[in-house]
Design a protein around this ligand. Sequence first.
Ligand SMILES: *Cc1c(COP(=O)(O)O)cnc(C)c1O
Length: 382
Amino acid sequence: MFADLDAADPLSGLREGFHLPNGVIYLDGHSLGALPMAVPLRMAQLLSKEWGRDLISSWWRNGWERLPRRVGERLEVLVGAEPGTMVATDSTSVNWFKAVSAALELAGSRRVVLTDSGNFPTNLYVLGSLRDVDVRVVPPEEVVAATSSEVGVVALTHVDYRSGRRHDLAGITALVHSLGAIAVWDLSHSAGVMAVDLARHRVDLAVGCGYKYLNGGPGAPAFIYVAPRHQERFRNPIAGWFGHAAPFDFSVEFVPAQGIERARIGTPHILSLAALDAALEIFDGLDMSMVREKSVRMTSLFIDLVEGMPGFDVVTPRESGARGGHVSLRHPRAAELITVLAGAGIIGDFRPPDLLRFGFSPLYNRYGEVMQLGEALRAVGR
Ligand SMILES: *Cc1c(COP(=O)(O)O)cnc(C)c1O
């Protein structure tokens, strides 16, 4: 059955666009995406021709100056954002700080930020570093009930990094708006593995990570989205020269750039931006609903395989609409099992105290690999 699914998979050819070591089943793309073939080629050209030969003229001759927006444009297509709303820059942590800070100003006098305890730790730490803000952290299933007219900003991660549980982005955003608040979403575990439709759901601000399902490489730049209706009032809490209307006027006074450029801070990370740009080529023309369909099928098959296996508990929601692209299992010997699997060439990851996580990338994982993982777990878990 798994071989039939692979034979009929319309996305199976995409795997050839990735370097995957022989004998390895890589199921950790939710943490560090695999290396796209296009990246080393682009890096070689960047180093020898652009940096090596054209040197500083590359800023305009080779389009370095436009790279943060060029990557932003690719991302807009991927997450259903309006043109002119995204830029690739900084890390997710920094963008989260910028987005939530700006959202608080958009929210007027309300100083309550609501988030949940399933949020990624860096997001919680960053919220804790905001001044004069009342941060409320509730369990994920209590977010809706805790969203009141006191709350100024609801700041959540779409897909839970640990459990794979997915928040109802459309429903929560609509609720937040009905109470006059601002919705900030972190798409780190959803961008590149499912359609997100930021514009359609009228999301206010969003951020996300470049090195997970987007395969931009270790430390790839992250992204930030600001809805068109908020751009004029968006104030970057870190005013830097690349967010200036005219960086190369070197004026003493800060005048923010028009549009999304004002979400930038300093000199763009050209090497890693170029890697992310090349990595995103594989998404050109790709229908994200097909990507999501394969993701759902792989995660469903995997959940079916492990359900009822002695020792394992499926932590991720069974209902496909309530989860993202990875599946987490609980097992008392989780850490040991991840090591044993890695010894057999099956790479997943461990999250303390007792979770095994497996990410299934629709771009390069095969249904046959899901089956092999299931068999391996059956053998080691007893
Ligand atoms: C991976 C991840 C991050 C990473 O943040 P960095 O600043 O890029 O290290 C942030 N938030 C979430 C939800 C993540 O999953």
